[in-house]
Design a protein around this ligand. Sequence first.
Ligand code: ADP
Ligand code: ZN
Length: 818
Amino acid sequence: MQHFINVILPIPLEKLFTYSVTRAEANFLKVGMRVAVPFGKSKIHTALVAEIHGTAPTLYEAKDIHQILDDEPIVTELQIKHWSWVAKYYMCSIGEVFRSAVPGAFLLESETLILKNSETTVDENTLTDEEFLVFEALERQSMLKVQEIAAIVDKKNVLPILKRLLDKNVILTKEEVYQQYKPKLVRYVKLGPKYQTEEELSALLDSLSRAPKQSNVILSLFQLQGTNHKKITVKELEEKSKSSVAIIKALIDKEILEEFFVRTDRVVFDSTKKTKQLKELNQYQANALQAIKSSFKENKVTLLHGVTSSGKTEVYVQLIADYLAKGQQALYLLPEIALTTQLIARLQNYFGEYVAVFHSKYTVNERVEVWNNVLANKSKAQIVIGARSALFLPFSNLGLIIVDEEHEASFKQYDPAPRYHARDSAIVLANFSNCNILLGSATPSIETYYNVKQKKYGYAQITRRYGNVLMPEVELVDIKELTRKKRMKGHFSERLLRGITEAVQEKEQVILFQNRRGYAPIVECTTCGHSPQCPNCDVSLTYHQYKKQMRCHYCSYHMALQKSCLACGMSTLNTKGFGTEQVEQELQELMPNLRIGRMDLDTTRGKHAYEKIITSFEKHELDVLVGTQMLTKGLDFGNVSLVGIMNADNLLNFPDFRAHERSYQLLAQVSGRAGRAQKRGKVLIQTYNPYHQILQQVSTNDYEAMYTDQINERRLFKYPPLHRILKITFKHRDYGKVEDASAWFAKSLRVAFKDDVLGPEFPAVARIRNLYLKNVVLKIKKEQPLGKTKDYIKKIEKSFNAIGQFKGVRVIYNVDYI
Ligand code: ADP
Ligand code: ZN
């Protein structure tokens, strides 16, 4: 009998690919192990074994595998089942799920890799068409092989192109090795074997009396070791004795000291810290916990709807403790890495070293470690906190999933595929793993609340803040009036400035929210009306004062700020609109003594950048924190008494069916940062439109009213949760091609789906990185079989791909787009 394996390749293939293996290999291999396989002309890929069987493929001759890479599976069968669901539901290949689910170090390939040089910003205008193609592909995929690049530019010899890109600092090359993951070895020292007895030791110290530096090192080692003989690292010794590596090395060479290495995890928790008792829940929290538990008994997805600062986290903690006691794993999903900082600290307080963290700011090696710990079901990774990708870890004994801030849009992955929603995919995972799942929010998504109303989901509620602190008092400040009467100082109303002054006098802190970063989104010449645009994208350049630059927020393009108008030459440049940078600066000028910090994409780039800002605000080294929506999400600061919203209108006027829901959530969440500890907080919302229904609902904290309005509109206009929506985006460098391709596709869809097809339409930003975009939206009735609908669309895509004229147009599916 012949033996075969079907494997998942980390590339967008429709089907699994079959390879032939020997009998011994077939006996050794298990589903979930990696194999290196040849694919295409000369490429070697890392593939994942999905099936082992005896049926030869009919359409091609199965090649032999190159080599087996694992002794044991690194992926579970349950994961493969879940990934298949993700691929099918979100209309991508399982290979794409595989690629994004595992840490990059698991996908080892045997060639020179081309990487983007993230150190330089590239002026796309200096690239030739071919160079641009390579550059663009590297934006989507972090690494490419030379062969893949050859396919992209459709040329055999791509070395000249790569050489030019190297010269322009656009790319880097890297020789790939088979095992990228390097266990971290820590260097320790101890006394050499010759110096174990007291006599030997005093002899040694005598002999060193003329080498004070060296004897100092030995004495420091004694001190560090203390009585319990703990292991001392070279680094500790170096610091303690204030000596140099050279001196320590000399001692090692003389065999007075002996070095040894121990493999350690990169992510370690200080296990000397004592954990704390769980907090006792108040009556409202206890009731909610009861409601959750009884809903879990019925195996229902459950929503914990608790107002901001009602103590939802403490309820989660109690639940986690239950599952931990049963020896089960718990996954705690958060929408934003920024949030993990505070949560890690909170959970480690209770659960110490059981807590592991997994997210994209961790290095590849750190992620491999967490992966392996979860796979081995180690206690040190029994509780995993993570952003959406933590969903794909190899859990084997999952008992509980918590999706905190479930309403957050950032749970949906936008680019690249799989464009999955982590909350929804978590619900499916919970179902597959027979585990419980709790969604939590103060402002649930319309989708989730609808499911509660339909009795599909269970429900628990906390309507009061912990400690009976009142909900913050919301005051709407009409800046239209004030602007007319010229009573604004820059973008600040007197009311807001007074609020800030009072809070700071009381030694309280303030959060200011503005939904744009940079100084001003538009620079305009008041003489001719020209405003600088990005050459690659259809947007105005945002002015960043700190760097004295105009920057595109969609690509890496930037240029120095001009002194005079590029079109007419007059120096009548004026800014329009304002971002966080301007808020910070204006306030600093108005109140020079204020200590102001800023949290937005520009200030949080490094791995620990969030942590630094959050910690310094927590420590009250700052009076005011200005930020974008990053700071609206679940942060818990005890001393904030005032939240100011600089301008609510640009949120409300956003052209999207979710704009009102979003605005409510955002405003309610950012308001919820005020007055969490003792005193009632205050929220000042500056707006041109104080009678807007959403602002009224926010100020009366009336979620129900907002929900009712929104669900009625969604019903009327056929939007989720009553219909499903699928967005198909067409992308190409050529405007005409995008026009024709999207029109053809929409027409084909209309044959079957008639009025449920919208578009094609250009999005608000219709060109990004020199690629034109056009969208077609399909509304799918709930009762319409989803699988069939998708198959039908895929069929249309097949015919589409056969049309020569549309060659090169990218077709991107976004199911349940947000
Ligand atoms: P939410 O997640 O609902 O916004 P948190 O869980 O952050 O609320 O709780 C708000 C604050 O109240 C936190 O500082 C938390 O430590 C405190 N708190 C909540 N519940 C309790 C409790 N049962 N005992 C003591 N403090 C609590
Ligand atoms: Zn741009």
